[in-house]
Write a protein that binds this ligand. Structure first.
Ligand SMILES: [Zn+2]
Ligand SMILES: [Zn+2]
Length: 279
């Protein structure tokens, strides 16, 4: 499969000259089958979703968007997805089943409807359908997508394990392992759901919002340290670890320092908008 990194920033977009190399778009990853020329599975719909339209080279999107959770930085791209918002598009949106039983379009519309936004999810053009996912494996666009609930903050959050039968990508952009305890290094617990999702993955895309020294002050906001992601990948036998969901004020220069400290280890990569990883 081909994994296109379309948005790797966390929490809120980060425009400006200090953010041009790693990019400022929020969470979005687009996945294409090896033999296909366009992506059909999209993980999260942050502002990076706008970068999927050029990948489709004028064609309408026909595929599935799977959301890890419903925070702004994972949904704000939905109404700006031109390849999906056209009469000939087909888009299935799947969100974690909500504890209150709300249906998917209804829960999305809480943040995407007047007066917050001019239109609702049902006003998007084309054939859009909305559904919920429970934990466990599901099929989407020729991929197996396995969902497991992981700790974050404020709303049910899933991590995903996506397989095409040959390669596996694990996707945990928002993950707060310290919510379950400090773990051996103080970076959080290497709990069963996280290890299962990352187990033997060819690529683990993981929350690297924090540095270890920021954990005491900032972990309560719901994120992980980059060092946790690297260690989770090692424990779970992931072949490559991609550090993502960068803190919005983490500049290119600061991410270069992270790359010098952790990116020199075998298989550890720092996520940058626009990159494409072949698995
Ligand atoms: Zn996020
Ligand atoms: Zn979040």
């Amino acid at each position: 499969m081909r994994v296109h990194l379309c948005g790797v920033r966390g929490s809120t977009p980060a425009p400006g000259r200090d953010f041009v190399r790693y990019g400022g778009n929020t969470s979005c990853v687009a996945i294409a089958h090896d033999a296909a020329h366009v992506p059909v599975l999209i993980l999260d719909a942050g502002t990076g979703l706008r970068q999927v339209t050029p990948l489709l080279a004028g064609e309408p999107f026909s595929g599935t968007i799977v959301l890890t959770h419903l925070h702004w930085d994972h949904v704000h791209g939905l109404p700006f997805f031109q390849a999906g918002d056209r009469d000939d598009a087909r888009v299935t949106v799947l969100v974690p089943a909500q504890p209150d039983g709300a249906d998917a379009a209804e829960v999305l519309a809480r943040g995407m409807s007047p007066p917050h936004f001019p239109i609702t999810p049902h006003d998007l053009r084309g054939r859009w359908t909305f559904g919920t996912l429970e934990e466990g494996p599901a099929k989407a666009e020729g991929f197996t997508v396995e969902a497991r609930e992981i700790p974050h903050k404020g709303g049910r959050t899933f991590g995903y394990r996506v397989s095409d039968g040959q390669s596996v990508v694990a996707y945990l952009p928002d993950h707060c392992p310290t919510a379950l305890g400090p773990g051996p290094q103080g970076w959080g617990e290497y709990h069963e759901a996280a290890v299962r999702l990352a187990s033997g993955a060819d690529l683990l895309i993981h929350d690297a919002f924090l540095l270890p020294e920021e954990i005491p002050a900032l972990a309560a906001f719901g994120h992980a340290a980059a060092d946790y992601a690297v260690e989770l990948g090692r424990l779970a036998g992931s072949r490559q670890v991609l550090l993502a969901h960068h803190k919005p004020d983490r500049t290119d220069a600061e991410l270069d320092l992270l790359a010098e400290r952790l990116g020199t280890r075998p298989g550890v990569l720092i996520a940058a908008d626009g990159a494409c990883i072949q698995l």
